[in-house]
Design a protein around this ligand. Structure first.
Ligand code: ADP
Ligand code: ZN
Length: 214
């Protein structure tokens, strides 16, 4: 059974890789970014709180984020394994996750670091389009849908995320360097970190995981 954390800068392909692996592994995809966007869409109080930070490319405060994840882990499907995409992103979040995992008698199989050339990130993110209905992610140059602007999976018109502009991406990258990059050492010390080259195609990322025995 696989229960992994995907760690990597914005635009490193965490969501795309999760999309590829969740069906192969039969596990749940847990994306805090998707959960926050869903809350914003549904106009919940938590969504209103989160959107202030998301708009500016900053991290949502730890207490809010940890609360959302705690609630998600109260569902039974996590026992089949899970892919954590975008969580944890700070040391306190990683510590909170340790406590949740221990409490539920679960185990993290590996932390997969998506290593990507920084020069690729801005182009990747500003060209990204996603389906507001099923969450599928595309790119205007590299991962085109069969029909321009339309989701292959469900036929919905694709949209660009509001925080996928160059200005906000720069903020998100800064937040990554300052707050999230320290998690690399945190998990390396626990000896569960593996690294893959995320500068190439999604298929190549999947192949690297297979070569690593996943
Ligand atoms: P990406 O990894 O491409 O930046 P996400 O969809 O994972 O995008 O996250 C989008 C936004 O949601 C982040 O910029 C941040 O504001 C918020 N967010 C998502 N996950 C977390 C987290 N674990 N902690 C704090 N904020 C988060
Ligand atoms: Zn769709």
């Amino acid at each position: 059974m696989n229960s992994v954390i995907l760690l990597g800068a914005p635009g490193s392909g965490k969501g795309t890789l999760a999309q590829h692996m969740k069906t192969r592994w039969g596990v749940s995809h847990i994306s805090t970014g998707d959960m926050f966007r869903e809350a914003v869409k549904n106009n919940t109080a938590m969504g209103a709180q989160a959107s202030v930070y998301m708009k500016n490319g900053q991290l949502v405060p730890d207490d809010v984020t940890i609360g959302v994840v705690e609630e998600r882990f109260s569902k039974d499907d996590v026992k089949k394994g899970f892919i954590l995409d975008g969580f944890p992103r700070t040391i306190p979040q990683a510590q909170a996750l340790d406590a949740i995992i221990k409490d539920k008698d679960l185990k993290i199989t590996a932390v997969i670091l998506l290593d990507v050339d920084k020069s690729l990130i801005i182009r990747r993110i500003t060209g990204r389009r996603s389906c507001p209905c099923c969450g599928n992610v595309y790119h205007i140059e590299t991962v085109k849908p069969k029909k321009d602007g339309i989701c292959d999976g469900c036929g919905t018109a694709l949209i660009q995320r509001k925080d996928d502009t160059e200005e906000v991406v720069k903020e998100r990258l800064e937040a990554y360097e300052k707050q999230t990059a320290p998690l690399v050492d945190f998990y390396r010390a626990k000896k569960i970190l593996v690294s893959i080259d995320a500068s190439r195609s999604p298929d190549y990322m999947v192949k690297q995981l297979e070569d690593l025995g996943f």
